[in-house]
Design a protein around this ligand. Structure first.
Ligand SMILES: NC(=O)CC[C@H](N)C(=O)O
Length: 241
């Protein structure tokens, strides 16, 4: 593999990290180290400059107020937009996902987003709270997805992005699609943390970061993540009966 040390930036833990989103960093670090890749996790607070040199960037979800502050600081910093242009993998969850679009709603008004993904978010008729599941875009090769969602926003995709998944339970963007991706940037409403529940999504990001086809990463023992996934999908089936 081309990379010996994987530098993963976890953005703004002081503003955005709800429902265990920090777990995404832990999952990526574990899955990289298990393949012999050293990991340097970097937690960058909102009063710090974002390093340009990282190999992957993570941003989590949060409430409306911190989301608006985070968007403002990210716009001023500029490094996340340059990372996207440089093809660095970015995983953004919920509030972090919404602020990658052109605009989003928080506290009753629209805010400017980073325009990294061709989408915009407004408010839905009710909060979307609970399990979310779907079938991921076949090109991604990650199969079905599972997560937990809690958001008031609804997201409308433009032509330059593809839906991450087709929704089979829950709401996601609008009840039909969930999340979005373009290049190496993925946005999703899945908390949980999302990567603990979707190890193939974690490996997709890792593969992008180290420059190998994810299918060529050495396999790991995923007994426990698979049990978790089984349990979550079963819970949805039971709830729908
Ligand atoms: N969980 C979240 O990140 C919520 C994002 C946003 N504040 C919304 O309610 O839509």
């Amino acid at each position: 593999m081309a990379l010996s040390t994987l530098r993963i930036v976890w953005l703004y833990p002081d503003l955005l990290s709800t429902y265990g989103d920090r777990g995404n960093l832990l999952v990526l670090a574990h899955r990289a180290r298990a393949r012999g890749i050293d990991v340097e996790p970097m937690q960058i607070r909102s009063d710090q400059h974002i390093p340009h040199t990282a190999d992957m960037y993570l941003i989590g979800g949060g409430e409306d107020g911190p989301q608006a502050v985070a968007a403002d600081r990210l716009l001023q910093d500029g490094a996340l937009s340059r990372a996207a242009e440089a093809g660095k993998p970015i995983l953004a969850i919920c509030a972090g996902y919404q602020l990658l679009g052109s605009s989003f709603y928080a506290n009753g008004r629209a805010y400017e987003g980073l325009n990294i993904l061709d989408l915009r978010s407004d408010r839905g008729p009710s909060r979307a709270v609970g399990e979310i599941a779907g079938e991921a875009a076949p090109q991604l090769g990650i199969g079905s997805i599972t997560g937990f969602e809690n958001h008031g926003g609804r997201t409308h995709l433009g032509e330059a992005v593809q839906p991450l998944a087709r929704v089979t339970a829950g709401v996601g963007n609008d009840g039909a699609t969930e999340g979005a991706w373009a290049g190496h940037v993925i946005g999703t409403y899945m908390h949980g943390p999302g990567l603990a529940r979707n190890p193939k999504l974690a490996d997709l990001l890792l593969g992008w970061a180290v420059g190998v086809n994810p299918a060529q990463l050495p396999p790991l023992d995923d007994t426990w993540p698979e049990r978790l996934r089984y349990e979550r999908f079963q819970a949805l089936q039971t709830a729908s009966q």
